[in-house]
Design a protein around this ligand. Structure first.
Ligand SMILES: Nc1nc2c(ncn2[C@@H]2O[C@H](COP(=O)(O)OP(=O)(O)OP(=O)(O)O)[C@@H](O)[C@H]2O)c(=O)[nH]1
Length: 479
């Protein structure tokens, strides 16, 4: 380590073989790459990470709006040129997209009403994913999502679309889960958008999560575009469902979109509706940076990667940003947008990302002023179901602690605290939003972090209002 130079933080994740110093130089660090990768592979990877920076710097100066990123190794042909307030697309084609041509939207619905299938069609229609590369539920990248056919995490993708007005638009999409246990993911997604496609199954009509998600969208002041999906089903009753939407939700359905995501019907109309009805983000490029982190995850190569929406100002690689809640400062090593899967388009313009930080949700800002007002965050979630998680091998206790910490970055609804049990030793008492959430967390810990776990029977907490006017809480034996 160089004398007199304080280590700011690793430029990559644990295992990356270099680190950035406060004096701007890069120094080598020793140690094996995380995850058991050979040092050569890590070094190669690290070089790819650094190479992204140049593109980011050129591109991001303009930025406004939006979603995220996961730093993806840019394909060699990805080009970012011309700078300025516009988007530049990879794959050789370069096009500018001014702020007024950006649309940030979510897809919300009750479980299984067809959100992910519709997202697939939008990706196909816009050419973001080729027909050859397309697989069902393309955006559900997690193995568990694929196996179970459900979405458990919000997923983002950026698409370019040439609308009927001849202009090119950048459409930033967030696909959300439908199951009630993952509602927290939906609320976070909606905070980063101006509009939402409300998908309703034409054979089932308005369901519990349709309503719950609509209220969330209304709370966030979003433009809601109703979409009647599965019109191809023999049991579809479009007219009855339209009446239901109007009566129960109060949405005007005179221009409702009639779609069959499965058969690819009504997709062009949906894209046009997004362009015409979802308002563009406000142009605040000249303001001081404020960005809302709506998701994050742990990458073994890069450390913590944050997905954020720039609400005001712009962001560039190399900027120093501050996490409002913790007051911690970070330098942005990489920024970019998330093309679904780690392929193709890698653009780094109006969108930004990535700061290593131990937060799942926070406001970022840059500059001197301590008077920056925090963006509305998210409500703190209250777990509904609890269970104890204990490693079968006591030596894995520390690994379990680390795994829970990393998983929590990607799942802000997960709560945990240490617990000691006479029979099982040291472990954690964990809180979940429901039984499915509990099952998924358990499965992710076992699969993604290679842990063998013993799980105690789930319990819920009751709050009893006693006749003497007191209030008591009690834990049920099992759910
Ligand atoms: N017939 C028909 N089936 C559809 C259509 N759209 C989706 N489906 C089917 O409905 C099922 C659920 O679709 P998904 O896209 O996974 O639903 P989802 O809303 O994303 O589900 P969650 O994310 O788990 O809430 C799948 O079997 C799809 O093939 C459609 O337009 N017509």
């Amino acid at each position: 380590m160089m004398q007199g130079a304080s280590l700011q933080r690793p430029c990559g994740p644990p295992g990356c073989t270099s680190a950035r110093l406060r004096n701007g130089t890069t120094a080598s660090t020793s140690g094996r790459p995380a995850g058991g990768y050979a040092p050569a592979a890590a070094a190669q990877r690290c070089a790819a990470v650094h190479s992204l920076g140049r593109r980011a710097r050129r591109a991001a100066a303009a930025g406004r709006c939006s979603l995220v990123v996961r730093a993806v190794a840019a394909p060699p042909e990805a080009s970012l040129e011309k700078g300025g307030p516009g988007a530049t697309y990879g794959g050789g084609s370069v096009a500018k997209v001014p702020v007024q041509n950006i649309r940030n939207f979510s897809i919300i619905a009750h479980i299984d009403h067809g959100k992910s299938t519709l997202a697939d069609q939008l990706l196909l229609k816009t050419g973001t994913v080729s027909a050859r590369d397309m697989v069902e539920q393309f955006m559900d990248s997690n193995d568990i999502e694929r196996e179970r056919g459900i979405t458990i995490k919000l997923n983002t993708a950026r698409m370019k679309y040439k609308a009927s007005d001849g202009q090119l638009y950048a459409l930033n999409l967030i696909d959300t889960p439908g199951h009630v246990d993952f509602t927290y993911e939906v609320s976070r997604s909606l905070a980063a958008c101006e509009g939402a496609l409300l998908v309703v199954d034409a054979s089932q009509g308005v369901e519990a999560q349709t309503l719950a998600n609509v209220w969330l969208a209304i709370e966030n002041d979003l433009e809601i575009i109703p979409v009647l999906n599965k019109i191809d089903l023999p049991g579809a009753e479009p007219e009855r469902v339209i009446e239901e939407i109007e009566a129960i939700i109060g949405l005007d359905c005179s221009n409702i979109l009639r779609v069959s995501a499965k058969m690819g019907v009504g997709i062009e109309e949906t894209l046009e509706a997004i362009v015409r009805r979802v308002p563009p983000p406000r142009n605040t490029t000249a303001d001081q940076l404020r960005a809302l982190i709506f998701d994050s995850y742990y990458d073994p190569y890069r450390g913590v990667v944050c997905q954020f929406r720039v609400m005001d100002g712009s962001v560039s690689r190399g900027d120093t940003v501050v996490m409002m809640n913790t007051g911690k400062e970070f330098t942005l090593d990489e920024i970019g947008v998330l093309a679904p899967a780690k392929v193709a388009e890698f653009t780094l313009d109006e969108i930004g990302v990535l700061a290593p930080a131990k937060v799942a949700v926070d406001t970022l800002y840059a500059g001197e002023s301590p008077s920056v007002i925090a963006l509305d965050g998210y409500e703190d979630v209250q777990p509904m179901v609890y269970c104890g998680l204990f490693p079968t091998d006591a030596d894995d206790y520390q690994n379990l602690r680390e795994a829970l910490g990393k998983l929590q970055l990607n799942d802000a609804a997960l709560k945990f605290e240490p617990e000691v049990n006479n029979a099982m030793g040291f472990g954690f008492r964990c809180g979940f939003l429901g039984l499915l959430h509990m099952e998924i967390v358990q499965e992710r810990l076992e699969r993604e972090y290679d842990l063998d776990l013993i799980t105690t029977a789930p319990t819920v907490v009751y709050r009893a209002h006693c006749t003497d006017g007191t209030e008591q809480t009690a834990r049920s034996r099992t759910v």
